[in-house]
Design a protein around this ligand. Sequence first.
Ligand SMILES: Cc1cc2nc3c(=O)[nH]c(=O)nc-3n(C[C@H](O)[C@H](O)[C@H](O)COP(=O)(O)O)c2cc1C
Length: 232
Amino acid sequence: MKIVVLHGQMHKGSTYNITKLFLDKFSDKNPEITEFFMPKHTPGFCVGCFNCFTKGEDACPHADKVQPVVKIMEEADLIILESPCYVFGMSGQLKTFLDHMGYRWMPHRPHEKMFSKIGLVISTAAGAGAKKVTKDLKNNLFYWGVPKTYCYANNVGASSWETVKPEKKRQIESEVTKLVEKISREVCNVRPGIKTKAMFRIMKLSQKSNDWNATDKEYWIKKGWLNGKKPW
Ligand SMILES: Cc1cc2nc3c(=O)[nH]c(=O)nc-3n(C[C@H](O)[C@H](O)[C@H](O)COP(=O)(O)O)c2cc1C
């Protein structure tokens, strides 16, 4: 099983340690794990040039940093996005990376391989906001076409992993174990559900009448998706 992780931070606090717990518990699956840490792997801020949408992803001024990550994500069975909660949102550095994935959203040029992957999104907050972060991360994966995403949000009541109470850590460990069992059963065996199929259908109708972006339209035509072929 191939796992890719986009860490929304460089430091090894609560969010990292919980993510590591997940990765350790997948060890019996002999996973091939690739990890990216933001901002080390974050491209420059999106400059709003629209090149990715209208000229293609390689015309993005930051393609050299974006595309190596994208290629690894395309090959992964499980995509993990994680971030601490910063003022009720994900970290800016992760958001900056995700902005560069706009061209891969279903209204534009989703990659067919995304429709058979599982997502896992993880966030921690001190008191409130972790759920909001996982909701936003899951939303990104949904629009990339990922049909099934598990969320793990925990308001850890601490500003560092060291100060998270031992009983809280035990509770986290037990929740992570249960989630890993679920994900292990489903990974490499997912199919789009009704919501993903419905969204794809709406986007297909939109592409049929698309007279505003030839790059997107040609992509859909080339894939055969406007003639009934499905990406899954
Ligand atoms: C800039 C900043 C903003 C934060 N915003 C929130 C917040 O909105 N809600 C909250 O409960 N905790 C907030 N926190 C606390 C962290 O989300 C919390 O301590 C988290 O567990 C840290 O994860 P980490 O150890 O992986 O860095 C914030 C921390 C920082 C540094």
